[in-house]
Design a protein around this ligand. Structure first.
Ligand code: ADP
Length: 433
């Protein structure tokens, strides 16, 4: 079976964000981790999103991995290819948005693509090519201080102009308000004039609908997950996508329920306290992890005992800023983080081997560590627990799939850890077997 949309995302949580929006807009979606290779069974998926870690990789590597991914996606029959990056256009003067888009265009044999980073639902809008985060220009939004991709210029035409030798144009909002046909004509005339990349203004979701209508037949589109929410309706109108009643439906979950948290973000700290008011938890301490192997063993024993009682149980390194700073002062920032991530990875591997089948992980890096410890390469995307966080299922050889919810730090309501498990039961159609 052929897929309709093939996407390549420049980081893991960005991929999940896009996949989540595609499911919400009616597509059955699988997320693959790393460049796909060999035989992968994607089942009845309408869309596949490949999650790379190419945002901050050297340009050549980012280009190579992105090309290998779209080659594979095109082999799966993708009608359209989507290059997904962050809604704050995270990049540097070297790239990687410009060079990757140029390479993808060349490989696909097309001479133009649009750039639609906006995600109005999250306060990311673009006007006259300038990116806003809520009511601030990008360069005053805090993103100017990002450690890896500081965004010091809000004018995306200029920003992209430094990343590509080709000319960069603009679809201004005044044109979008004239509708999809006007935008399509403008893009065609720009393409004739040799304009290879076109930054698109977007103030709200109706602008995304107009843009989606104008670009649905472009072989390559680029942008944030907002555009992903608008495209499926256009695919349906063209008969490229069947109507599916429950695109986020998952298999019945099995096994016990565990939460692992390595996030110290404010929202996670509240979720940890909320969980501990009702269920048991074990606090992992990086200093104790550094001093004695017994600390990890104690966490394992605690979790085993509580899981045997029916769970759910939480193991968390999440701590307030003072405790985090104390651990970092004693061990170094990298070493403290590494110890926690390794411990979470080992706990996940061991406890999943012993029967955990429903796992919530809090923290972007922490999720990465757990997914790689579990050797997961593929996730079927289910319905959403809270904005931006879907349940997913990883297929397993000869076993029921592992249900996983990967939450980046600041996402989710206070009762996320407990509510997640009841949402999972609903998504799989009621009671667990
Ligand atoms: P978020 O999504 O909230 O940023 P991440 O998992 O991406 O969460 O990052 C949190 C980082 O903090 C991880 O590297 C984790 O290992 C580290 N960490 C977690 N708990 C502690 C702690 N108590 N002391 C020091 N570092 C910690």
């Amino acid at each position: 079976m052929s897929i309709t949309l093939g996407a390549v995302a420049d980081d893991f949580t960005g991929a999940t964000d896009l996949a989540n929006n595609l499911v919400r807009a009616g597509m059955r979606c699988v997320q693959l981790i790393g460049v796909p290779g060999g035989s992968i069974n994607i089942g009845d998926a309408d869309a596949v999103v490949v999650a790379l870690k190419s945002r901050t990789r050297p340009v050549d590597q980012a280009v190579e991995e992105s090309l290998a991914s779209i080659d594979w996606l095109i082999k799966q029959g993708a009608c359209q290819v989507f290059f997904k990056y962050c809604s704050t256009f995270d990049s540097t003067d070297e790239g990687n948005i410009g060079p990757v888009a140029d390479a993808l265009l060349k490989r696909i044999g097309s001479d133009q693509t649009v750039m639609v980073p906006a995600f109005p639902a999250n306060g990311r809008t673009v006007y006259q090519g300038h990116l806003f985060v809520m009511d601030r220009l990008l360069n005053e939004s805090g993103m100017q201080n990002h450690p890896l991709t500081p965004m010091k210029d809000p004018d995306l035409v200029r920003v992209l102009g430094r990343q590509t030798p080709h000319s960069v144009g603009l679809v201004a909002h005044s044109l979008i308000s004239q509708g999809g046909d006007a935008v399509r004509r403008h893009l065609a005339s720009q393409a004739e004039a040799g304009v290879r990349h076109v930054i698109c203004d977007t103030l709200d979701e109706s602008d995304l609908d107009v843009l989606a209508e104008a670009v649905v037949e472009h072989p390559l589109v680029t942008g944030g997950s907002g555009l992903g929410q608008a495209l499926p309706e256009q695919y349906r109108r063209r008969g490229w996508l069947a109507e599916v009643a429950e695109p986020g439906r998952l298999s019945p979950p099995t096994g016990s329920a565990l939460v692992l948290s390595g996030s110290c973000s404010r929202a996670t700290l509240r979720q940890v306290s909320c969980f501990l008011e009702h269920y048991p938890g074990f606090a992992l301490d990086p200093l104790s992890l550094a001093e004695r192997a017994g600390h990890l063993e104690a966490a394992l024993d605690f979790a085993r005992q509580e899981l045997a009682q029916g769970g759910p149980v939480l193991v968390y390194a999440s701590a307030d800023p003072e405790r985090v700073q104390a651990a970092q002062a004693a061990l170094g920032v990298a070493q403290a983080g590494e110890l926690v991530e390794q411990a979470l990875g080992r706990l996940a591997k061991q406890l999943v081997d012993e029967g955990v089948g429903r796992l919530v992980v809090a923290g972007g890096e922490s999720s990465g560590a757990v997914v790689s410890a579990l050797g997961i390469r593929q996730l079927r995307i289910g319905g959403q627990i809270d904005p931006g966080v879907p349940w997913t299922q990883a297929p397993r050889e000869g076993k029921a799939p592992l249900s996983l919810a990967l939450k980046s730090g600041n996402f989710g309501g206070e009762d996320f850890f407990t509510r997640a498990f009841s949402v999972l039961d609903e998504l799989a159609g009621g009671e667990r077997p």
